[in-house]
Design a protein around this ligand. Structure first.
Ligand code: AMP
Length: 197
């Protein structure tokens, strides 16, 4: 299996690029943000609970998102070439849980591709996306700035966690969509295939 984490701050283009990579490599795209928004739209107890955190730009508790990922892996692992994780893991506890869930299924993370985008560019992109995405958390500059702070405080350490095993690679996340997907594909080529089980 080829299991990749697409890593980066809110607005770095993870969703757009995951859609391209998913088609290129036949991977299943798992976005915890999308899964949570689906739950919220269906007004499930999980979705309504998650909403309280999402509208403030805070992280939904680890146990909730880890449970969702466990369910998805159970449903899909036997049917796909691998997974592309987008917006997950966002804490070191989530990364440790993901590793354990993959080991249990005889596989592992092959690489973490980290999109690099300046804070100034992120704010611009998110406010712009808020005009059309219908996402309340993309319309409020205060919530956006909270999400970027949470990313810097709780999520950046995930990169160090994977960096320890030499699995993370930085990719320039500024430029055209094609330029960025080409850089990501080169990075995937250079991922040590021995990391794949
Ligand atoms: P995203 O679509 O990835 O920007 O996620 C939107 C919101 O969903 C985030 O601001 C969080 O409130 C929540 N969320 C998404 N993924 C996670 C995660 N892995 N851990 C905790 N909260 C998450």
């Amino acid at each position: 299996m080829l299991n990749i984490i697409l890593f980066g701050p809110p607005g770095s283009g993870k969703g757009t690029q995951a859609t391209i990579l998913k088609a290129e490599y036949g991977l299943e795209h798992i976005s915890t943000g999308d899964l949570l928004r689906e739950e919220r739209a269906k007004e499930t107890p999980l979705g309504l609970e998650a909403q309280k955190f999402m509208e403030q730009g805070l992280l939904v508790p680890d146990s909730v998102v880890i449970g969702m990922i466990d369910n998805k892996l159970t449903e899909r692992a036997a049917l796909v070439n691998g997974f592309i994780f987008d917006g997950f893991p966002r804490t070191v506890a989530q990364a440790q849980a993901l590793d354990a869930l993959l080991i249990k299924r005889g596989t592992a993370i092959a690489g973490v591709l980290a999109l690099q985008v300046s804070d100034e560019e992120l704010l611009k992109r998110l406010l712009n996306r808020g005009l059309t995405s219908g996402r309340a958390d993309d319309r409020d500059a205060e919530v956006i700035s909270k999400r970027i702070t949470v990313y810097n405080d709780s999520t950046i350490p995930v990169l160090d966690y994977y960096g320890l095993s030499g699995k993370s690679l930085c990719v320039n996340g500024e430029g055209s969509i094609d330029e960025i997907s080409n850089s990501l594909m080169s990075a995937i080529k250079s991922i040590n295939t021995t990391a794949q089980i």
